[in-house]
Design a binder for this molecule. Structure first.
Ligand SMILES: *Cc1c(COP(=O)(O)O)cnc(C)c1O
Length: 588
């Protein structure tokens, strides 16, 4: 057997999720332990960009990531349609609400030309944003918002310019308005009966916000005779980030049943099936079937889609409406650590007359558990009491002393008998101390502005340092942002390292907390990071922030508007870097 690895770039790549089926294509670590973007033949160190442009906070927009996600989706369809003999067309559209900023829409337009990528819009503003492309081509434009004359007037311009416009209907109101615009094709948006679970499950079900119930649809069919003729699409959207394939399968099944049944009652023009969003992005790529880690890939998704609609005759055109999957990976938020604070009470050696060493820590796990319980009891006993300064210092010293000595003892026990680790971390109290944070790193960003979903829906974003990735981490740190809001903190970290590593490397250098255990899936209470050296600029990156975060950004504490480093390729495949400053180099 080969010797287990000491710390190496390979361990870091696994720890920080950089061996990844999507972003692994262009994000890696070089031999100096720096996070690099692979652009064509070149490698760009992210830390060099931050230093070169003198930035403490930045969004790095790597537009080729959008192109490669589009290509992956399209090529997957092409291959699998041949495998299954599917003759229906594939028609991707970009749902603009996922990221309507002009840089992104321009990229979708430009890279989408090859694949005829269309758009799904939900508001007047989104339609207006597309107006600059009106005469530059003709794509599919699905409108999915509330219908009005103002909306229809704008859409008629696209229709006249040769675009393929489809307006989804969700109510009688929509049909009344559409009665006046006989040229516009109609999609029937139907509420999925099935609720897929997850953070956006209220999108679906009979009480869901969107679409028609079947009894309303059947009633409207009788009253609006033209519907038969004009309806060409069925739309069933089950929500976003649907992380289990069986839920996707249920939505596809509903769509297929609707297609067959509606065709049977005379909707002969329905030839397009839009199965909505939901294609989940692997924010963590362990295929666990959890909100951050879907249990399927784009290949599974499209395979299922084609297999489902293969028995419908004739084969319908399939609309792919995933937006999160297309743009999530293109934006990386980078922020400098501007302060390092103790997380809680700070460890310091006892001084003379200040308690001295009261008791040694026992060698047995049972004994350690008793002490942990004891320190908890102290805290609950003094709850609500007012302590003098001396008393409070004393209590803080005792709690810290025990905590840190216990960790040292546990590490000793594990070192002397590594196979005991499973049993030791099985105890929730012990697991908690071994994976508790010891530092709070204040970083130059605002969760509310830069990754709002971390606050809004507790979304997991992969965090990684952009340097020192060849070194073992020093501590587990909670990340505090610059806002004065207690929700502006991030502490969850998934550790999932597959390679065999030395016992040394399991524990951080300074606080001896666990940062990983080989072949174990762990949730840590802090992020494994390095203590910045004196005068060292230490930066942290948040990956895959390209979907939804730009439009949802909040102005909490008036901290917002990070500068952007936009990276694209020129025609010869060479990187082109542009810096877009929003008036500030730093949030501080
Ligand atoms: C939001 C939305 C999408 C995007 O879904 P994702 O799974 O987040 O990409 C697709 N279709 C419709 C109708 C939407 O409202």
């Amino acid at each position: 057997m080969s010797k287990p690895a000491e710390w190496s770039v390979e361990v870091s790549k696994q720890l920080y999720g950089l061996e990844h089926s999507n972003r692994g294509e262009y994000l890696t670590v070089d031999e100096t332990g720096s996070l690099v973007l692979k652009v064509g033949e070149e490698s760009i160190r992210i830390i060099d960009l931050m230093k070169k442009y003198g930035l403490e906070t930045a969004y790095i927009r790597f537009l080729p990531a959008i192109k490669s996600a589009m290509r992956r989706v399209f090529e997957t369809y092409k291959t699998l349609s041949q495998v299954h003999g599917y003759t229906g067309k594939f028609q991707p559209v970009f749902p603009m609400k996922v990221n309507p900023i002009p840089i992104v829409i321009d990229a979708i337009w430009k890279y989408g030309e090859e694949f005829n990528w269309g758009f799904n819009t939900g508001s007047i503003g989104e339609i207006k944003l597309l107006h600059k492309y009106l005469n530059k081509g003709s794509r599919l434009l699905i409108y999915d918002g509330v219908v009005s004359d103002n909306v229809l007037k704008l859409l008629m311009d696209f229709e006249k310019a040769g675009w393929n416009v489809i307006v989804d209907v969700e109510s009688e109101h929509d049909l009344q308005v559409l009665s006046k615009y006989a040229n516009i094709h109609v999609g029937l948006r139907v509420k999925p009966f099935y609720k897929p679970g997850g953070k956006w499950s209220h999108s679906a079900g009979l009480e869901g916000k969107f679409g028609l119930t079947i009894n309303t649809l059947l009633k409207l069919i009788k009253e609006y005779k033209w519907l038969n003729e004009r309806a060409i699409l069925i739309h069933v959207h089950g929500g976003s980030q649907i992380y289990e394939l069986k839920h996707i399968a249920a939505i596809f099944e509903e769509a297929k049943t609707l297609l067959n049944d509606l065709r049977n009652i005379g909707f002969e023009n329905i030839s397009i099936i839009d199965t909505g969003g939901g294609m989940a992005y692997p924010y963590h790529d362990s295929r666990k079937g959890t909100p951050e880690s879907p249990n399927y890939t784009i290949v599974d998704y499209i395979n299922l889609l084609i297999k489902k609609f293969k028995d419908a005759q004739p084969h319908p055109t399939l609309v792919f409406e995933g937006g999160r999957y297309i743009v999530a990976s293109h934006r990386i938020v980078v922020a400098k650590v501007v302060d390092v604070r103790p997380y809680s009470t700070e460890y310091k050696p006892f001084e003379n007359g200040n308690g001295a060493r009261m008791v040694g820590i026992p060698d047995s796990i049972e004994g350690i558990k008793k002490i942990l319980q004891y320190t908890r009891d102290i805290q609950s006993k003094i709850k609500g009491k007012t302590l003098t300064l001396t008393e409070r210092e004393r209590v803080e010293d005792i709690i810290t002393h025990f905590r840190e000595e216990i960790i040292v003892k546990l590490v000793e026990i594990i070192r002397s008998n590594p196979s005991s680790i499973e049993k030791i971390i099985d105890d929730p109290l012990i697991y908690k101390v071994l994976t508790s944070p010891s530092k709070r790193f204040i970083i130059s960003l605002s969760l509310f502005a830069d990754i709002p979903d971390a606050v809004l829906v507790n979304q997991y974003f992969q965090v990684t340092p952009i340097q020192k990735l060849d070194e073992r981490p020093d501590v587990l740190a909670v990340l505090g942002d610059l806002t004065c809001d207690s929700m502006g903190e991030l502490r969850e970290f998934i550790s999932d390292v597959e390679i065999e590593t030395s016992i040394n490397s399991w524990f951080n250098r300074m606080d001896f907390r666990i940062n990983h255990l080989p072949k174990k899936y762990l949730k840590l209470g802090g992020i494994p990071l390095h203590l910045p050296g004196k005068d060292e600029d230490y930066y942290i990156a948040f990956l895959d922030t390209g979907a939804y975060q730009d439009p949802l950004a909040m102005k909490h504490n008036l901290i917002y508007g990070a500068p952007e480093i936009v990276i694209d390729l020129d025609d010869s495949g060479k990187p082109v870097i542009k810096v877009v400053k929003h008036g500030r180099k730093s949030y501080l």
